[in-house]
Design a protein around this ligand. Structure first.
Ligand code: SAM
Ligand code: SF4
Ligand code: SF4
Length: 349
């Protein structure tokens, strides 16, 4: 049986019938909404809410597992600031779900990192937009050195943790780092780390992005040139995970917030987002549909309100993002990778 073909067939039927016939492949769970970084393009650090009780995160993981998701990505805020992150990862392992988390990289030290790796995390992604300390401070408001030291530390010890099958970098492309992408790609390649890109979006949880980060109409040629450079490096064999079509759409998105013609969005069927207060939504930019404190995830997933949100998402009646966690998650590469992981790590069941 070819599980990938089965999944895609059932997904297409779900869209035709406007009813989910398969569970979402992935869940995205926000561990908290506090942070020790100071990013100019994200307002979460200003909100600085308290960590939720670990019982809430357990509840979300269990409900996602009951629904049948294959992978949960833990995001934040800064997940490494949640003291019980290792226990949450252990639960995912016990429930047979692939675990993934993303960090700003400020706490990749032995004390914080080793319990997370020992708990069995399958995929770890570090945000790194530049290897230039001044540009890093301009974008993220803090020092770069601890992050680079942490990334080198993970690269050094990763082989001691066979469950860690993916260690990667996520780079947000903005006007501030556009001239600094090549050294970043070289740095990752030297350490044998995959790098993926994501275009700057309207600021997460704050009003707007600072003007120094934003592109203008005059930047088209510059963007085209840098995307071409990334594609060339990728085709030369550099470890770049972003799909070609995804990257080629960056200039229009970054300048005009335009998505490619014929774009549709299946995120309402393939993924599910749960915030630190247990609000559930079809994707991060959409409004909440229900809350796990008052309903089960199965009830929310099968509700009328979810059906309406899915239909809006398919029609792109939404804020229209080009986030890799949503947009790339049904590319052929991604599905192949996902099915490879499932069979390798969780025995293919
Ligand atoms: C919200 S953060 C949470 C995880 C962690 N705090 C981190 O920074 O990696 C998830 C990812 O979103 C990216 N991000 C934050 N604000 C963004 C924006 N305005 N546009 C595009 N990506 C953004 C971050 O760089 C990070 O890679
Ligand atoms: S992007 Fe991540 S590191 Fe930066 S402020 Fe937001 S949550 Fe914190
Ligand atoms: S394109 Fe729209 S529906 Fe799809 S993930 Fe982005 S905001 Fe959500």
């Amino acid at each position: 049986m070819n599980r990938k073909i089965d999944y895609v067939q059932l997904l297409n039927q779900s869209i035709e019938q406007e009813k989910p016939l398969v569970p979402p492949l992935t869940g995205s769970l926000q561990a908290n909404k506090c942070c020790n970084s100071r990013c100019a393009y994200c307002g979460i650090w200003e909100i600085n809410a308290k960590n939720p009780p670990v019982e809430d995160l357990f509840l979300a993981v269990n409900q996602l597992a009951d629904l049948g998701v294959r992978m949960i990505s833990i995001t934040g805020g800064e997940p490494f600031l949640h003291p019980d992150l290792p226990q949450v990862i252990q639960l995912m392992d016990q429930r047979g779900i692939l675990s993934s988390t993303m960090t700003n990289g400020l706490m990749l030290n032995q004390k914080k990192l080793v319990p997370i790796l020992s708990a069995g995390i399958n995929s770890l992604c570090v945000s790194l937009d530049t290897i230039d300390a001044d540009i890093y401070r301009q974008i993220r408001g803090v020092a770069l050195d601890p992050v680079l030291d942490g990334i080198r530390y993970v690269a050094e010890i990763r082989n001691e943790f066979p469950t860690l099958s993916d260690f990667s970098i996520n780079c947000v492309i903005s006007k501030a780092n556009i001239h600094d992408l090549e050294p970043l790609i070289e740095f990752c390649n030297e350490l044998n780390i995959k790098v993926g890109f994501q275009p700057l979006h309207n600021s997460f949880d704050s009003e707007n992005n600072p003007v120094e980060l934003k592109f203008s109409r005059d930047d088209h040629a510059l963007l085209d040139e840098q995307i071409e450079m990334i594609l060339q490096k990728k085709h030369q064999g550099y470890l770049i995970s972003s799909g070609d079509d995804y990257l080629l759409a960056f200039p229009a998105y970054l300048i005009e917030k335009k998505l490619p013609e014929q774009t549709t969005c299946t995120a309402g069927y393939t993924s599910i987002a749960i915030d630190y207060q247990l609000n559930v939504k079809g994707c991060w930019p959409m409004r909440p549909i229900g809350n796990l404190h008052t309903q089960t995830l199965e009830e929310i997933w099968n509700s009328e309100a979810y059906t309406r949100q899915r239909a809006a998402m398919i029609d792109l009646d939404c804020p229209g993002c080009w986030l890799r966690c949503h947009t790339e998650h049904l590319s052929d590469d991604w599905l192949n990778n996902m099915h490879f992981w499932i069979s390798k790590i969780k025995g293919g069941n």
